[in-house]
Write a protein that binds this ligand. Structure first.
Ligand SMILES: *[C@@H]1O[C@H](CO)[C@@H](O)[C@H](O)[C@H]1NC(C)=O
Ligand SMILES: *[C@@H]1O[C@H](CO)[C@@H](O)[C@H](O)[C@H]1NC(C)=O
Ligand SMILES: *[C@@H]1O[C@H](CO)[C@@H](O)[C@H](O)[C@H]1NC(C)=O
Ligand SMILES: *[C@@H]1O[C@H](CO)[C@@H](O)[C@H](O)[C@H]1NC(C)=O
Ligand SMILES: *[C@@H]1O[C@H](CO)[C@@H](O)[C@H](O)[C@H]1NC(C)=O
Length: 738
């Protein structure tokens, strides 16, 4: 979900929650997750097993009706309507890892690729057209020029997926597969949804074209962001899994899409929505990404749009990649001129030119429809139904809060930025009505003007596009770390452009009154597909690399970002801004295999029996030494170092890491440490040499502080292994908890 649309839906749901009774049948949709799917078991008998488990609990007459879906291609499990008691009973059964309710998750170019140093003419691998990016989102608009398949050969032979063809939807050689997932009934028939993989929202078309859209010259949003629109890997293929609808993305559907995508043979999974679960195995995205990892598929996810408060992160499993949103050097401003000739500069993307004409203006608080259910006496929310049509027609209205409703008959909207509102300083949104979002202090002056003038008037200019000289920095909305459940795993992992991104859009879902084929939106959802494409690019040169190796190369080559511009430092930007070109040739990688994750999960308190079911391997066991670690997580070979320590005690910690040579066969790397005074860090050995490719070497990093010198709660340092050609950088973060 983009930033503003997300707010609209969440506000509407808050407003409506008081009006609807939640009394329901006490059965809910639950996911029963049963780990690895045993190989060679045919799919029919898996469903039979699920039904017989249900029969035991809900009775044989309703078991078949209760089973909504069986996962069986890539992992084992099912979806069923259960009462809480029934769910608990199933959770206690042999072979069950977890049972959790299926919740609704929220959805969270052109210039952006050039801005991060990835121009159109970069070297391409001939394997790029064999790479398949699986996009879990709101579907796709296949007629968009960005998905033209001219020049493409047949789908790669490894592709095992399908296309859900209907009278209104077909795939092509660019979009090689598409399917929709909907476990809830479509209860509101007049909702404008296509019961096909077609995208009625726009989000999925935008993210898919950012990742793998072809080159489309002269693309723009009505002249703004004019240029060649392109995805990061224009020759790669797209497999579309429509899991998200007008009401969110259901966990049951997300898992069904992962079950298919993994078996279909995708190379990278892109998921721009998030979950907040505190348990890796009660989280559909974490479970899906875990099984994807086991089959060599990296999952890229969005960090979330709940920033800037600390620990506001979504999607923090160590086997997936979590992407923060950074700005690019493009910004938009929109002037408003009032009848008294004062001009204020607001933030928005307004494509309409009112030609300086002054229109009568009214304060929305004086034009409310008091019989509307959206009427609130204390604040004027400008919705179509909250306004008195007769009073607002032909006018520019001044709203306390505006979320982007298409206000028929209204000439324009002016509103102050509000913390809960549609705009913050760093995000310009497109609205269906000419709109400018003013700074709060300018908004206050407008209240005074409205009060002191008998006939207030105003005009809104077409927006101006200008350079954002401070970029890149992390957008305020981008969710921040630290990692809420595993403090010593850095999250977010890295940052990518997610502000004012131009990409393909269904004309059907236009956010302006004109139907336009490209749109500019912001969100960590827009950042995620940049990293999905970068991962695909890395894989096209290094097809045998594991997901962890690809992730390591993306993180260790990211461009460092400024801690001065971003007070939350690594907890805002992770390792820095993605640099796909460098990532294709990182020199060294920090690899992690499945057994390492199992060991890590042991340290997180998951028991060996559960992990045996998850991995399908009776050999999975938890090493005895784990117990002696005093509850601290065993080191994953993560390409970043985070130490969280209590303020009250001296710090002394040793990290163990292993790097694998993927650069030059014979090479020597020196450790370069950058650390603030007050933090002691040593690396042993400080020089490592390799004599062949694929060779691994281990080292340790010791971080210690004898006496806390100042009141700082967070220190940032870094370690760079440098052989003169490759700089392999890892952030080192120490933060104190009170
Ligand atoms: C079929 O697709 C077109 C877009 O090509 C859309 O405008 C139309 O509403 C769709 N019809 C149905 C019945 O979904
Ligand atoms: C006010 O809202 C009511 C209830 O939604 C609606 O029936 C009525 O037409 C609205 N009146 C105006 C003037 O917009
Ligand atoms: C404008 O007038 C209203 C009463 O009509 C008052 O409540 C409000 O405080 C005034 N606002 C300003 C900024 O003067
Ligand atoms: C575990 O904690 C205890 C008490 O806090 C301490 O004495 C012991 O040294 C710790 N063991 C390790 C391996 O850190
Ligand atoms: C760093 O280590 C040295 C000894 O090697 C010690 O004297 C100094 O106090 C340490 N600094 C901090 C901040 O702990």
């Amino acid at each position: 979900m983009t930033f503003s649309r997300f707010l609209v839906l969440s506000l509407i749901s808050i407003l409506l929650s008081g009006h609807h009774s939640t009394a329901q049948d006490d059965k809910k949709t639950y996911i029963v997750y049963m780990g690895d799917s045993t190989p060679n078991k045919d799919e029919i008998s898996t469903s039979d097993l699920h039904i017989s488990m249900l029969q035991n609990v809900v009775g044989s007459d309703i078991a078949i009706g209760s089973l909504l879906h069986s996962y069986k291609r890539s992992f084992n499990g099912f979806v069923a309507k259960l009462t809480r008691k029934e769910a608990q009973e199933i959770a206690g059964k042999e072979g069950v890892v977890s049972v959790f309710p299926s919740e609704k998750q929220k959805l969270h170019t052109t210039k952006s690729w050039d801005f991060i140093g990835f121009p159109q003419q970069v070297k391409r691998s001939t394997l790029e057209s064999d790479i398949i990016i699986g996009v879990l989102d709101t579907g796709i608009w296949p007629e968009s020029s960005s998905f033209d398949d001219k020049g493409f050969g047949p789908p790669p032979t490894k592709w095992k997926g399908s296309c859900q063809v209907s009278s209104n939807f077909t795939c092509n050689k660019k979009i090689i597969g598409a399917k929709y997932y909907r476990s809830d009934p479509f209860d509101n028939e007049d909702m404008e949804e296509f019961k096909s993989p077609r995208d009625s929202n726009g989000h999925g078309t935008h993210t898919a074209s950012t990742a793998a859209g072809g080159l489309v010259s002269e693309a723009s949003l009505s002249g703004f962001a004019y240029g060649t629109a392109r995805g990061g890997v224009p020759s790669a293929r797209l497999a579309i899994y429509k899991t998200c609808w007008f009401d969110g993305c259901n966990d049951a559907d997300i898992l069904a899409a992962f079950d298919d995508a993994i078996a279909d043979g995708v190379d990278v999974i892109s998921a721009s929505f998030g979950s907040l679960s505190g348990d890796y195995f009660k989280d559909a995205i974490a479970i899906g990404a875990f099984h994807a990892m086991r089959k060599g598929i990296l999952t890229s996810t969005s960090a979330g749009n709940r920033g800037p408060s600390p620990m506001s992160l979504n999607n923090f499993s160590p086997w997936s990649i979590s992407v923060a949103a950074s700005t690019i050097d493009r910004k938009f401003s929109t002037d408003v001129r009032f009848g008294d000739d004062k001009v204020y500069q607001g933030t928005s993307i307004n494509i309409v030119d009112l030609k300086e004409q002054l229109f009568p203006m009214i304060y929305a608080g004086d034009a409310m429809n008091t019989s509307s259910e959206f009427y609130f006496p204390t604040r004027s929310y400008c919705f179509t139904d909250s306004l008195d049509q007769n009073k607002v027609k032909g006018k520019i209205i001044f709203c306390d809060v505006y979320f982007g409703d298409n206000l028929n008959g209204v000439v324009g909207v002016v509103a102050p930025a509000s913390s809960g509102g549609a705009a913050r300083g760093d995000v310009a949104s497109v609205f269906p009505v000419p709109t400018s979002i003013l700074k709060p202090e300018d908004g206050s002056k407008v209240y005074v003007y409205l009060n002191s003038t008998g006939k207030p008037t105003a005009s809104i200019s077409r927006s101006k596009e200008g350079p954002n000289k401070l970029a890149p920095y992390i957008a305020s909305f981008s969710s921040r770390g630290p990692n809420p459940i595993t403090p010593n795993i850095l999250k977010p992992d890295l940052a990518a452009p997610g502000v004012n991104i131009l990409a393909a859009w269904p004309p059907y879902a236009s956010q302006t009154r004109e139907a336009l084929p490209y749109n500019i939106i912001s969100g960590t959802s827009m950042a995620c597909p940049h990293v999905s494409a970068a991962a695909a690019y890395v894989k096209s040169f290094n097809p045998t690399w594991s997901p962890a190796a690809i992730k390591s190369s993306l993180m260790t080559t990211a461009n460092p970002m400024s801690a001065d511009l971003n007070p939350d430092a690594e907890f805002a930007y992770g390792s820095g801004q993605v640099n796909p070109l460098k990532a294709a040739n990182p020199g060294l990688v920090y690899d992690i295999v499945e057994a390492d994750y199992v060991k890590f999960l042991c340290g997180q308190g998951y028991n060996a029996k559960l992990l045996q079911i998850v991995t399908g391997s009776p050999k999975s066991s938890c090493p005895k030494t784990i117990a002696t670690l005093n509850g601290t997580t065993p080191d994953l070979n993560y390409p970043a170092f985070v130490l969280s320590a209590p303020l009250s005690r001296p710090i002394d910690h040793v990290f163990y890491r292993t790097v694998t040579n993927v650069g030059s066969p014979t090479s020597m790397y020196k450790a370069n440490l950058v650390a603030p005074t007050g933090l002691n860090i040593t690396v042993i050995p400080s020089v490592i040499s390799f004599t062949s490719l694929g060779e691994s070497q281990s080292y340790t990093v010791r971080v210690w502080v004898q006496a806390i010198m100042d009141k700082k709660l967070m220190w940032s340092a870094s370690l760079v292994w440098d052989d003169g050609t490759h700089q392999v950088r890892s952030p080192i973060v120490v933060y104190l908890t009170i």
